[in-house]
Write a protein that binds this ligand. Structure first.
Ligand code: CDM
Ligand code: ATP
Length: 283
């Protein structure tokens, strides 16, 4: 019997808005945000190994093998389940790193769900989301795979039904450190708590945006440029910025007018992540 390779997407997310309500004693910030997925993704390939080793065969610039969130997620899952199997893993990286679209977190979530499937562990989404949270605040939403209103540090998730427009996501060529932005003295941390529907109606804002624009002129300039065509905003702590469109054609028209120095991609918004759509098709 041939052993089948499992191939799964690790899609990007956008923070449609991001409000910072306060700071906890452990330094993490209380947030209110809405996550929506886009149909643009890294791809991971998994093959089981009988010797228990975890081997990621794709190197990422600036990330040690053992620090890669894919390897950390795989080893964590092995440890908590006592699983004796290992895996060979390959990554096709398409999502910009440090882009605020959650690439590393999404890779971790796809690894947890992929290996849970490959190793027949039978862990449920609650267990995997809890495990994922120890790897990063953004991992649980990728594990659950539903567009969500998020509170707490981003882990208290309530699914929301949103319109699914097309997004143009522009990628200023800088990598933003999430930790640095959250530690910035200029960051405001006093947005009053709200309910999700009123914020969706007025649009909300990204509380990180003014600090990011001050620290990274490239992002400030990219926002000025994109705002000429569409109302544009930062996702997460950046660097990516985005605007929404009723259809793909309108998004392409704007992308065609951006300079080569500001790469971009166009993708449809989705309330169910590509990962979960693919997993459903496997059963
Ligand atoms: C900005 C967002 O992308 C919005 O979705 C997330 O809140 C960040 O999620 P993430 O990258 O998975 O974050 P983590 O890897 O857990 O944390 C990176 C750093 O961001 C800061 N951090 C993150 C999340 C949060 N609610 N408060 C924080 O202060 C912490 O300083 C932490 O050291
Ligand atoms: N598999 C991985 N893919 C991307 N980055 C990884 C991975 N493993 C570890 N990292 C590290 O995590 C950092 C953040 O990467 P990521 O692409 O998730 O940023 P991000 O999109 O800003 O995330 P977020 O929106 O969750 O803050 C990278 O700069 C890198 O050092």
């Amino acid at each position: 019997m041939s052993i089948e390779r499992l191939t799964l997407p690790a899609p990007a997310k956008l923070n449609l808005f991001l409000h910072i309500l306060g700071r906890r004693d452990d330094g993490y910030h209380e947030l209110q945000t809405v996550f929506q997925f886009v149909d643009h993704a890294d791809e991971l390939h998994f093959l089981p190994r009988a010797d228990g080793q975890i081997r990621l065969h794709t190197a990422l610039l600036g990330v040690d093998h053992d620090q890669n969130l894919i390897v950390r997620a795989a080893r964590l899952l092995q440890k908590v389940t006592g699983c004796s199997q290992g895996a060979d893993i390959w990554l096709d990286k398409r999502l910009p790193m440090g882009g605020g679209i959650g690439g590393g977190s999404s890779n971790a979530a796809t690894t947890l769900l992929g290996l849970n499937h490959l190793w027949s562990l039978g862990a449920n989404l609650d267990e995997l989301a809890e495990l994922g949270l120890t790897l990063g605040a953004d991992v649980p939403v990728f594990v659950r795979g539903k567009a969500a209103w998020a509170e707490g540090i981003g882990e208290q998730l309530t699914p929301v039904e949103l319109e699914e427009p097309w997004f143009l996501v522009a990628i200023p060529q800088v990598s933003v450190s999430t930790a640095k932005i959250f530690n910035d003295p200029l960051l405001t941390r006093n947005t009053p708590p709200s309910k999700v529907r009123p914020v969706l109606e007025w649009g909300g804002r990204n509380d990180c945006q003014s600090v990011v624009e001050k620290r990274y002129p490239e992002i400030h300039n990219a926002l000025i440029l994109l705002n000429k065509f569409v109302s544009a905003r930062l996702t997460g702590t950046g660097s990516c910025i985005f605007g929404s469109f009723p259809n793909e054609t309108e998004a392409v028209k704007v992308a065609d007018q951006l300079p080569a120095t500001l790469p971009s991609f166009i993708a449809k918004g989705s309330n169910i992540s590509m990962l979960h759509r693919k997993l459903e098709s496997l059963f």
